[in-house]
Write a protein that binds this ligand. Structure first.
Ligand code: CND
Ligand code: ZN
Length: 376
């Protein structure tokens, strides 16, 4: 039976208050407006950025349905618009859209499309309204995606059609964690053959940075984490050595400078802490090192730094979504996955039914999981 033009009632994980558990509720999902699609979720991952959503540091529009990153879906209904996707297509929602028309989209290197909802989040779709209702109240969107729900509505520029045979419960990671990490190495830092890299933080994103460094031909990949349980997996994906800063008296940047003979070529902060951002900058070679910020700090915080650190020749940069232009890159990354150019298995530690979303967040916060996939 067609659902075109009709409201769909389904289950969603609603966050009514910051720092509280999600509540599984029946919500109403309005039909898509022009240039939007309504999609049926199959699998979605849980990312640290969603936890920033729970804490209110990434978005504070309540109530809200979170779910920014790691999602895969199937198109259910298309209304009133000519889209490149049709019912039955497999798609991945994009928390950074690609409108193709703004200055950023037209720039050959940049990817932070101006139509996105990341910088000053409104918690709505692009027309300023919401498609979700629960208990008579409008429910906000999150980064234009909102995937912790059986059905969601996204803008046409926030969704990419992918290979029809792609295994959704794996390639959902290409919607955020994998691409963010991998692209930070190959596209943002442009890691070179034979180089030495340091990666701070070995969650799903950090492990993906390691995979990118390895693919780019790095000779040494030094993995840094205070949780030694993360080391075995880091080695499996390509780390050549693992260091726990807590095993040393001296600051970690000094340790890294020593073991690398004066500083690493490329360093990555994939935790989201100001102290480790500074350590990551300091550990790279002063005349030619490149340091990339990938982690999102939990609040609007600032760093003060000595300009000499950059005057000597270091490069300090950062990127969202690994610098990939989302709509054109996600289908290619999925095809690369299908061609076995990389594996996602090491990133997935848990699979839970969607209703157990709170358990999934507990696993992330306790450091027990890398990525938990929620299935619908
Ligand atoms: P996750 O929490 O799984 O991993 C972080 C890792 O850092 C854990 O293994 C911790 O043990 C480790 N850690 C914590 N404190 C320290 C410390 N002081 N020193 C060394 N290691 C430490 O996070 P994730 O992999 O899901 O995400 C990592 C960051 O990336 C996080 O800030 C998230 O918000 C951000 C991110 C950015 C983007 C982007 O587009 N730039 C997209 N997704 C996520
Ligand atoms: Zn754009």
């Amino acid at each position: 039976m067609s659902t075109a033009g009709k409201v769909i009632k389904c289950k969603a994980a609603v966050l009514w208050e910051l720092k509280k558990p999600f509540s599984i509720e029946e919500v109403e999902v309005a039909p898509p407006k022009a240039h939007e699609v309504r999609i049926k979720l199959v699998a979605t991952g849980i990312c640290r950025s969603d936890d920033h959503g729970v804490n209110g540091s990434l978005v504070a529009c309540l109530p809200v349905i979170l779910g920014s990153c790691l999602d895969t879906v199937e198109i259910n209904t298309i209304k009133e618009s000519v889209l490149s996707s049709s019912p039955g297509d497999k798609v991945i929602p994009l928390f950074v859209p690609q409108c193709g028309e703004c200055n950023v989209c037209k720039h050959p290197e940049a990817n932070l499309c101006q139509k996105g909802d990341l910088k000053e989040s409104q918690g709505t779709l692009n027309d300023g309204t919401c498609r979700f209702t629960c208990r008579g109240k409008p429910i906000h969107h999150f980064l234009g995606t909102s995937t912790f729900t059986q059905y969601t509505v996204v803008n046409e520029m926030s969704v990419a059609k992918i290979h029809e045979d792609a295994p959704l419960e794996k390639v959902c990671l290409i919607g955020c964690g994998f691409s963010t990490g991998y692209g930070s190495a190959v596209k943002v830092a442009k890691v070179t053959q034979g180089s030495t890299c340091a990666v701070f933080g070995l969650g799903g994103v950090g492990l993906s940075v390691i995979m990118g460094c390895k693919a780019a031909g790095a000779a040494r990949i030094i993995a840094v984490d205070i949780n030694k349980d993360k080391f075995a997996r880091a080695k499996q994906v390509g780390a050549t050595e693992c260091i726990n800063p807590q095993d040393y008296e001296k600051p970690i940047e000094k340790v890294l400078k020593e073991v690398s003979g004066g500083g690493v070529d490329f360093s990555f902060e994939v935790i989201g802490r100001l102290e480790t951002m500074m350590s990551s900058l300091l550990c790279c070679q002063e005349a030619y090192g490149v340091s990339v910020i990938v982690g999102v700090p939990p609040n609007a915080q600032t760093i003060s730094m000595n300009p000499m650190l950059l005057l000597t020749g270091r490069t300090w940069k950062g990127a969202i979504f690994g610098g990939f232009k989302s709509k054109e890159s996600v289908p290619k990354l999925v095809s690369d996955f299908m061609a076995k150019k990389f594996s996602l298995d090491q990133l997935i530690t848990h699979v839970l039914p969607f209703e157990k979303i709170n358990e999934g967040f507990d696993l992330l916060r306790s450091g027990k999981s890398v990525r938990t996939i929620l299935t619908f």
